[in-house]
Design a protein around this ligand. Structure first.
Ligand code: ACO
Length: 376
């Protein structure tokens, strides 16, 4: 007998070897390695190699992978022209969704779905997303575009292209760690979307385009921008308590809290909290961090018993603000990280594909007679 679970809660829809989550214990592993180990010891490029290949690279393999990514940093001139034709008022998430879709137009064989071809396409998407985002930001703010620096790692190069100057080593490392923490996370909505599209044997450009559309929703990756907007609405640390209690009394959800899977502290939030604190101290944003911890204290008192804790988006807001990202670049930063994870999932899906085609519980009427238009 088929059973119905609203929002597919608790439904296992596929197998994966990529990430493991224990929501009760607050554990996240990528292919068996605890996320904390990767955040403290790995780099974003190495983590993505790991996800795509199922094993950590040897030195020469990592050098080769990194070089293949860097060779693909540049934007095709036609893509650049398309980018500069976008309205300057467009949200970066809409811009990157449009441009990733357009990448497929410049691929002579966009529909090839053999694994080596998909891997090549994934490399291009992964490498060029930061260039798309930084270039769009320069375009909309009337600044000249900054060519990618092929000597820089992907995350640092994004900050360089965005601001026209290299970030401090602390900021570059902090952003790299953010990318590791956000790279993959089980069957979250956008990953499911990507795998759903890939399962039809459609192309990876379509899969990633769809995933970007999913990620931007405020219940998913868009929550990090919601957190920052909320922090901006709270004048001082002393106002946090009343602000949150008022919202909870109105049954509003607090962005950056709660998770479908975690009923314990999200391990990514724990790492981001210490990153946020360090960066806030370094950049004179301590009040922002203190507002965040004040919100967390209220939420802990009011909602921890229900298993509602900060999720990945809560402290990434302070972290990104301290790194100097504009507010509407927070969710796009998530795209940079997830492009690695989505691609790993598309490759995994195509390696052992079966079309996703769930059932639906029809709740409408039956045997209704057709009323001619004149009689309606
Ligand atoms: N603030 C206050 N209450 C909350 C919150 C929150 N952030 N999240 C859940 N709850 C409460 C709900 O009101 C509900 O209470 P009730 O049982 O009294 O009605 C209960 O917890 C269950 O909530 P649901 O929304 O049904 O849980 P679901 O698993 O569908 O939602 C979700 C998970 C969407 C993440 C939810 O917690 C939420 O909306 N959070 C805020 C948005 C957010 O931060 N999203 C990012 C998630 S992480 C990511 O996608 C990268």
């Amino acid at each position: 007998m088929a059973t119905y679970a609203k929002g597919l809660e608790g439904v296992i829809a596929a197998e994966t070897k990529l990430s493991f989550i224990d929501g009760e214990k607050g554990v996240l592993e990528y292919i068996g390695i605890p996320i904390g180990e990767l955040a403290s010891k790995s780099t974003f490029e190495e983590t993505v190699f790991f996800l795509w290949n199922g094993r950590l690279p040897k030195k020469a393999e990592l050098a080769d992978f990194t070089s293949q990514i860097r060779q693909r940093y540049d934007l095709h001139p036609a893509m650049e022209a398309m980018l500069t034709s976008l309205p300057k008022t467009a949200e970066p998430m809409h811009a990157v969704r449009t441009l990733v879709s357009a990448l497929g137009l410049h691929d002579p064989k966009p529909d090839a779905i053999d694994l080596p071809s998909v891997r090549e396409k994934a490399l291009t998407i992964f490498a060029v997303v930061p260039t798309i985002l930084a270039s769009f930001h320069r375009h909309r703010t009337g600044q000249p575009m900054v060519k990618p620096d092929k000597n820089l790692p992907l995350a640092e190069n994004f900050l360089y292209m965005l601001n026209g100057k290299r970030p401090t080593p602390t900021m570059a490392r902090a952003f790299d760690v953010c990318m590791i923490l956000h790279a993959d996370h089980g069957f979250n909505n956008s990953t499911f979307t990507a795998r759903c599209i890939a399962s039809t044997e459609s192309d990876i450009y379509s899969a990633v385009t769809g995933a970007i559309g999913s990620l931007r929703g405020p219940l998913h990756g868009g929550a990090n921008e919601g957190v920052m907007k909320m922090l901006n609405q709270i004048p001082t640390v002393a106002d946090a308590e009343k602000f949150i209690v008022d919202k909870l009394n109105k049954k509003d959800k607090i962005p950056g809290f709660g998770h479908r899977v975690y009923k314990a502290y999200d391990p990514r939030a724990a790492h981001l909290k210490s990153l946020a604190e360090q960066l806030a101290r370094d950049t004179g944003n301590l009040a922002l961090f203190e507002k965040s911890t004040a919100i967390e204290a209220v939420m802990n008192r009011e909602k921890a018993a229900k298993g509602i804790y900060p999720n990945v988006d809560f402290y990434s807001a302070t972290t990104y603000h301290c790194i100097g990202l504009p507010l509407d670049m927070f969710t796009p930063a998530f795209v940079i990280a997830r492009a690695g994870g989505w691609s790993a999932h598309v490759l995994e899906q195509l390696g052992n594909n079966r079309l996703f085609r769930p059932d639906v519980d029809y709740t409408g009427p039956h045997a209704v007679s057709y009323t001619p238009i004149e009689s309606r």
